[in-house]
Ligand binder design. Structure first.
Ligand code: SF4
Length: 337
């Protein structure tokens, strides 16, 4: 347990947590919706502190980030806890907190050095929702960036403006879930708000973060043409046509064990909708089929990055641009602070 950031005492002796857009007002002894931030002894505390519940070296393609440091590995970490309650959560054993907190205490400076020693190009805050372990994100990012490694956020995008300000110069790339195109889905299936996530995506783009967006497509829940078109048009028009969109296959789990896996035809329909909306890079994820996660140059049509699973099999780029026609494909990583 550690003192938490962004707690604000209230006149009625509650504490307002300003880490995410739920803005929980906590009475003494109460935990927030995330289950890992609480009001104890008159202050806001993080119950997870620096206790990491998952720590792995992953290909950056697994986050998924396809246009940021491709072919490199990232030291990936997460604690327990999440501010959403997605009925389809693929990581529910980490996100749902029941009772005691689990995890191994880490030293953020040592984590950063471990990432460098293991040859990782970045450190990623992922697996659960990094906003709820903001203190660990900040301490680790502050140790990572001076070593010349990048920082990556994998998130539901439901930060408060205060948390986004703290993250602004500490994060270089993010994959943000845009889970659906309707408030109904966000409110009833995730316990969040679409409009907040959309606003944050625009804010992250303005901050200069490298952004990619993921939508897990769930049969009969968010797979209509209208809903997918809303998501695709938002990305293309508000974020830009070069933002990669990952449309990903759902597998039955958590509170949706009876929903079937997403048919390939649905994913291909989503890809076509993304392309029709003007997106240059739409990837079909969680499907082992050759070509669906390759990067094709939007200018000349040549395949410039060939992927097999999470691994880059071939790159046909020169200075981050298509070797055939010179079209810029990858933006250079933003320099560290
Ligand atoms: S992080 Fe969000 S859900 Fe957790 S206590 Fe703070 S405001 Fe509530």
């Amino acid at each position: 347990m550690r003192p938490a950031l962004l707690g604000k005492p209230q006149p009625d002796h509650r504490i307002l947590c300003q880490a995410c857009a739920h803005f929980c007002r906590l009475a003494e002894g109460e935990r927030g919706r995330c289950g890992v931030r609480a009001h104890q002894g008159g202050q806001l505390v993080s119950l997870v502190g620096y206790h990491v519940a998952a720590l792995h070296v992953d290909p950056i393609e697994k986050k998924p980030l396809f246009h940021f440091l491709p072919g490199t590995t990232t030291l990936s970490l997460g604690t327990q806890g999440c501010n959403f309650r997605c009925a389809f959560c693929q990581n529910w054993s980490l996100s749902c907190v029941r009772g005691a907190i689990h995890g191994e205490e880490v030293d953020p400076a040592q984590l950063a050095h471990t990432a460098r020693r293991l040859g990782c190009a970045s450190v990623a805050f992922t697996y659960s929702e990094p906003t709820v372990f903001l203190e660990l994100v900040i301490a680790t990012a502050d140790a990572t960036l001076p070593l010349g490694l990048a920082t990556v956020l994998v998130s539901n995008g439901f930060q408060s403006p205060q948390a986004l300000r703290l993250l602004a110069s500490r994060i270089q790339a993010a994959n943000i879930d845009l889970k659906a195109g309707s408030e109904r889905f966000y409110r009833h299936i995730c316990g969040g708000r679409l409009v907040t996530v959309q606003k944050n995506l625009v804010a992250m783009r303005r901050l200069g973060w490298h952004l990619e967006v993921t939508t897990l497509i769930i049969p009969e829940h968010n797979d209509s043409d209208a809903e997918l078109t809303t998501v695709a048009r938002f990305i293309a028009q508000e974020l830009g046509p070069d933002i990669p969109w990952h449309v990903s296959r759902f597998h039955p789990c958590h509170e949706m064990p009876h929903v079937p896996p997403t048919p390939l035809a649905t994913l291909l329909r989503a890809r076509a909708i993304g392309q029709a909306a003007g997106l240059h890079f739409v990837y079909v994820g969680n499907v082992r089929q050759e070509g669906l996660e390759d990067t094709v140059c939007p200018s000349c049509g040549q395949t410039v990055i060939r992927r097999q699973g999470f691994h880059v099999a071939q790159m046909d780029l020169r200075n981050n641009s298509c070797r055939h026609c010179g079209q810029v494909i990858l933006k250079a990583a933003r320099p560290s602070r």
